[in-house]
Design a binder for this molecule. Structure first.
Ligand SMILES: NC(=O)c1ccc[n+]([C@@H]2O[C@H](COP(=O)([O-])OP(=O)(O)OC[C@H]3O[C@@H](n4cnc5c(N)ncnc54)[C@H](OP(=O)(O)O)[C@@H]3O)[C@@H](O)[C@H]2O)c1
Length: 295
């Protein structure tokens, strides 16, 4: 049994926290608002409810075996106090974020030498109330092989979540970005669910974003084939017309959105490699302008 702290008990945090409780670990949720139980439901499947240990002040936290950071990418700096309180020399920190900058975003907030485990989260899940989540399709967490990655996967054995090691984490993370970069931006900017991909010209916008994402990903070392573009477009067109995604949900709720980790990163890394990314560069200020802070 491991001592695990979940920082950010939102959709992903509650789902993986529930899985870890199910697997027999001692789990504490670090939250801004308390709740008493975690309820995890699979669409068309089973529900499980677990009593939740929740703390709301970093003064109640102490170093643990594992910290799982499950906030949105732009919220990482706000979690610094939790990390300071809960990460000791032996603590391993798993970073459950979309995007490809797991280490860059978190390393400034943990002591040098602490083991970071970037995670690609393949677990579509929504929070329906504090401590209450609904997931569907699959529940996979992918990490690099190696001792820490294997240990991370082992934490989930006996639960509904599968931990998988991969020999090529960079490719896996960029493949996920190829879904998130066009999907998030297009739904957020149009304010429409997946049906939008059937409207004139929209699939071509997605193709243009994908081309940039693939070019930059390849420069970063990801193995991304050209056929990925039409595979991804076909998946968008096949999606349920009323299906959303998290950028869309955040846009509809007037919340901040994760555009920097999904679209800004293509521009940033493109510049580093001398790869032009005009489409992403045009999307970024449009997405930023939708944010709550800009009014
Ligand atoms: N949901 C999905 O289907 C999915 C799938 C794959 C990957 N991901 C990625 O996983 C990451 C997490 O996404 P999510 O959907 O779980 O987001 P989410 O539902 O918005 O959850 C984020 C949680 O972090 C909490 N939080 C933020 N700052 C905090 C702080 N300083 N201290 C304590 N708690 C804090 C939020 O608290 P409040 O409740 O107070 O706001 C919220 O509970 C993102 O990078 C996302 O892109 C999500």
């Amino acid at each position: 049994m491991s001592q695990v702290l979940i920082v950010g008990p939102g959709a992903v945090g509650c789902a993986v926290g529930g899985a870890l409780i199910e697997a027999g670990h001692n789990v504490t949720f670090c939250a801004r608002q308390s709740f008493t139980r975690v309820s995890v439901t699979e669409v068309g499947g089973r529900s499980a409810v677990f009593p939740a240990r929740v703390i709301t002040s970093e003064k109640e936290a102490a170093p643990v075996d594992w910290v799982l950071l499950c906030v949105k990418a732009y919220q990482v700096p706000s979690a610094a106090d939790w990390l300071r309180a809960s990460v000791g020399r032996q603590t391993k920190v798993a970073v459950l974020l979309n995007g490809v900058e797991h280490r860059e975003r978190v390393a400034p907030f943990v002591p040098e030498g602490v083991v970071l485990v970037p995670v690609v989260v393949e677990l579509p899940v929504s929070r329906t109330a504090p401590g209450e989540v609904v997931w569907h399709r699959h529940a996979r967490l992918a990490v690099s092989g190696g001792a820490a990655g294997k240990e991370f996967c082992g934490l989930f054995s006996g639960s509904f979540v599968t931990g998988e090691t991969t020999d090529d984490f960079i490719t896996r993370a960029w493949q996920k970005l190829c879904l998130n970069a066009p999907g998030g931006a297009i739904l957020a900017l149009t304010g429409l669910p997946m049906q939008v991909f059937h409207k004139a010209g929209i699939a071509d916008v997605a193709r243009a974003i994908l081309k940039e994402c693939i070019a930059v990903g390849r420069a970063e070392g990801a193995k991304l084939d050209d056929a990925l573009i039409e595979r991804q477009i076909a998946a968008f067109l096949k999606a349920r017309p009323d299906e959303g995604n998290s950028m869309y949900a955040d846009r509809m709720a007037g919340r901040e959105m994760e555009w920097d980790a999904r679209n800004g990163v293509i521009v940033r890394k493109g510049m580093q490699h001398g790869i032009p990314t005009p489409v992403s560069a045009a999307l970024v200020p449009l997405l930023a302008a939708l944010g709550p802070s800009t009014g």
